[in-house]
Design a protein around this ligand. Structure first.
Ligand SMILES: NC(=O)c1ccc[n+]([C@@H]2O[C@H](COP(=O)([O-])OP(=O)(O)OC[C@H]3O[C@@H](n4cnc5c(N)ncnc54)[C@H](OP(=O)(O)O)[C@@H]3O)[C@@H](O)[C@H]2O)c1
Length: 273
């Protein structure tokens, strides 16, 4: 895939999981990478791994420590990054959290806001800060939503809400950017083997765990390959994994009827165990 050679790619959440695997893959394809996340030590480790994957010694791998919730800091740091490194050809919004996967009554106002702030406002902040600089390059905006946006799930009132919001955001943004020749791609992965699940497992009710297992389980390097291929083909709406695609097909065909029948049955059976 020569088209990624010498491209400038910014990746939020690039220090871990899907973001990091995508960074390594794009690095092996010749891209310059800017990794964004909060924790500087994790960023440094991710930088070394992404460096090791480089196709050419002239490629540049940089890191920026930033909290995507803090729009002032995001604007300031993105402005400086564009001046120093250049505008992104591709912006991958992968930063996200899945804390507080729990019964809705256990999720406080603060918890709910934290999830919305990182997962929704974070994508809004970084994309808004970088968009003007990306126009000339006809840059590509990539967003990591989740299969939880397509179906909803037991214990996911905060997370699914945030990821469904990204579906509306992506679709609306797509209409605005299409006339400018700027592609948008949004991904809806099922469960992926990353550190994110260590947070979720602390609180996710057993009914949620049982429902989630229907969607399948993917490895992050496999998801990274799907992400890169979809970017190359400028696809808009991408559901990684056969099981989730099949579930979504029946969900759409039956206007949600079939998936709700099956999910209700799973919830009832699991609650009785
Ligand atoms: N793993 C899954 O099962 C799964 C399934 C579907 C969709 N997704 C989505 O895919 C994306 C990547 O998930 P992942 O599994 O790769 O997660 P992960 O391994 O936990 O990585 C999350 C990344 O986001 C960064 N981050 C978190 N909060 C941030 C903040 N406030 N500001 C800046 N960076 C922040 C983290 O670094 P710091 O903590 O250092 O900031 C880390 O680099 C997420 O949007 C997630 O919702 C994941």
């Amino acid at each position: 895939m020569e088209q990624f050679d010498t491209k400038m790619v910014y990746i939020t959440g690039g220090s871990s999981g899907i973001g990091l695997e995508t960074a390594k893959l794009l690095s092996s394809l010749g891209s310059d990478i800017v990794l964004l996340a909060r924790n500087s030590e994790k960023l440094e480790i991710a930088k070394n791994l992404t460096e090791k994957a480089k196709k050419d010694t002239r490629q540049k791998i940089r890191t920026i420590s930033v909290d995507v919730r803090d729009h002032h800091d995001v604007y300031d740091k993105m402005q400086r990054a564009v001046d120093e490194f250049g505008a992104p050809d591709i912006l991958i919004n992968s930063a996200g959290i899945n804390k507080y996967a729990d019964h809705f009554e256990n999720i406080s106002h603060e918890m709910f806001n934290e999830v919305m702030n990182v997962n929704v406002n974070g994508v809004r902040n970084v994309t808004h800060a970088l968009l003007p600089s990306m126009k000339e390059k006809k840059g590509h905006v990539v967003i990591l939503s989740s299969a939880a946006a397509l179906f909803g799930m037991f214990g996911y009132t905060a997370y699914a809400t945030s990821k469904a919001a990204l579906m509306g955001f992506a679709e609306s943004l797509r209409y605005e950017l299409k006339p400018l020749g700027m592609p948008v791609t949004v991904f809806f992965p099922p469960e992926v083997d990353t550190p994110m699940n260590l947070d979720e497992v602390k609180t996710l009710p057993k009914e949620g765990r049982a429902m989630k297992s229907m969607g399948g389980f993917l490895m992050p390097d496999h998801v990274a390959k799907i992400i890169v291929k979809a970017i190359a083909k400028k696809k808009y709406f991408v559901i990684p994994g056969y099981s989730t695609r099949l579930l979504y097909f029946f969900h759409r065909m039956s206007n949600g009827f079939l998936s709700r029948i099956v999910s209700d049955f799973i919830v009832k059976r699991t609650a009785q165990k």
